[in-house]
Design a protein around this ligand. Structure first.
Ligand code: DAS
Length: 360
């Protein structure tokens, strides 16, 4: 009888514990993620003279606290804090800003109490900052770069909803390990492929042909794809001890182009040169000798294309093996410049650099 009684007591105790646990589960609200917003300026922080001023406004005037205050709904989806790292129009973004921003991002993500980061940014160079961070951020935690095409004072400004969706995504588990993302217009694009495709409309950011990763719909990010190229924790680049980046410029090509730009960049002492060729990186007869001469002086030459999508194939329009050039694969000229800058912090070996262009 005593044995049966003790079994019954243990069973009763177990039921009580189970009921308490179930109650605790339902009672405690879900723990909100901690998301830090780093503000750099741009149209998302812009103001216009009237509510219908959507061009000819002033970018980079509204501070991060005001941006957060303008979207009280943020408090329902994350514990949000803000830092004003810069206040510039992004056409003025440069290597110095990128290095200090990347160091701040890595320092914050190393803190256990930071779950994700949102960077508010001008749209003109958002794709470049996102790709640079994609190669140097050393964490799997989400980093989301966001901007707006209409200033905060405009009718139907897109900044508030873009910021809300960016914070949602940065605080989500689904975005962990996906690399740096650009979230705008309810769409999630990968840093490597996203590019600005329209000068003024709110649907400007696309990943031509290779496609976006997903959507933010119904207060939830939805992913359907992931990048196949290495990023963040899987890259070989480390900027933690760098204060400058190697000088790399882009020579644009068009009908009737001559060697002037290439020669000027070489005379200025660039370490790398991206050739934004026509077609799949074709080299005009008048430019080829200048590029060969640049290579002979130790400048690393990368053949890219002004077309914007598609592969620039090695030994296609030029004998890269003979010229000792590198090809950009599918990276557009502005992103090829970023990868070449970081590659040059590691090596001058063109075979190694070509491997990097096939890896990232
Ligand atoms: N000048 C643009 C910039 O800062 C404004 C914008 O679109 O954000 O990139």
């Amino acid at each position: 009888m005593t044995y049966l009684k003790s079994v019954r007591n243990v069973f009763a105790l177990f039921l009580c514990l189970f009921a308490l646990a179930a109650q605790a589960q339902t009672a405690a609200p879900a723990k909100l993620p901690n998301v830090v917003i780093l503000a750099t300026g741009g149209t998302i922080a812009g103001t216009g003279a009237t509510s219908t001023t959507t061009v000819g406004y002033t970018a980079a005037t509204v501070g991060v606290d005001a941006l957060i205050k303008a979207v009280p709904e943020l408090q329902k989806v994350a514990h949000v804090s803000g830092e004003q790292v810069f206040q510039i129009a992004s056409e003025n973004m440069g290597n110095e800003q990128w290095l200090s921003l990347a160091k701040r991002v890595n320092a914050l993500l190393a803190q256990p109490n930071v779950d994700g980061i949102v960077i508010t940014h001008g749209t003109d160079t958002i794709e470049e900052t996102a790709y640079f961070l994609n190669l140097v951020v050393k964490s799997r935690k989400p980093v989301v770069v966001v901007g707006a095409m209409r200033p905060s004072t405009a009718i139907s400004a897109d900044g508030p909803i873009n910021l809300y969706n960016a914070v949602l995504t940065a605080g989500s588990l689904e975005a962990v390990g996906k690399g740096v993302l650009v979230v705008m217009n309810d769409q999630i694009n990968a840093a490597r492929e996203v590019t600005k495709t329209n000068t003024v409309t709110t649907d400007t950011f696309k990943s031509p042909e290779l496609g976006m990763l997903g959507y933010v719909v119904g207060n939830q990010p939805h992913f359907y794809r992931a990048s196949t190229r290495k990023h963040t924790v899987d890259t070989e680049f480390d900027i933690s001890k760098l204060d400058t980046l190697p000088a790399v410029d882009i020579a644009y090509t068009y009908a009737n182009v001559g060697p002037t730009a290439v020669n000027a960049f070489v005379a200025a002492g660039v370490k790398g040169l991206v050739h934004a060729g026509v077609g799949d990186g074709s080299l005009p007869t008048k430019v080829r000798p200048a590029l060969s001469s640049a290579r002979a002086k130790g400048v690393i030459v990368v053949r890219s294309s002004r077309v914007g999508q598609g592969i620039v194939a090695r030994n296609g329009e030029a004998n890269d093996d003979e010229l000792d050039f590198v090809v950009s694969d599918t990276l557009n000229p502005q992103k090829a410049r970023i990868l070449l800058m970081l590659a040059l912090t590691k090596t001058n070996n063109t075979k190694e650099i070509q491997r990097m262009f096939y890896t990232y």
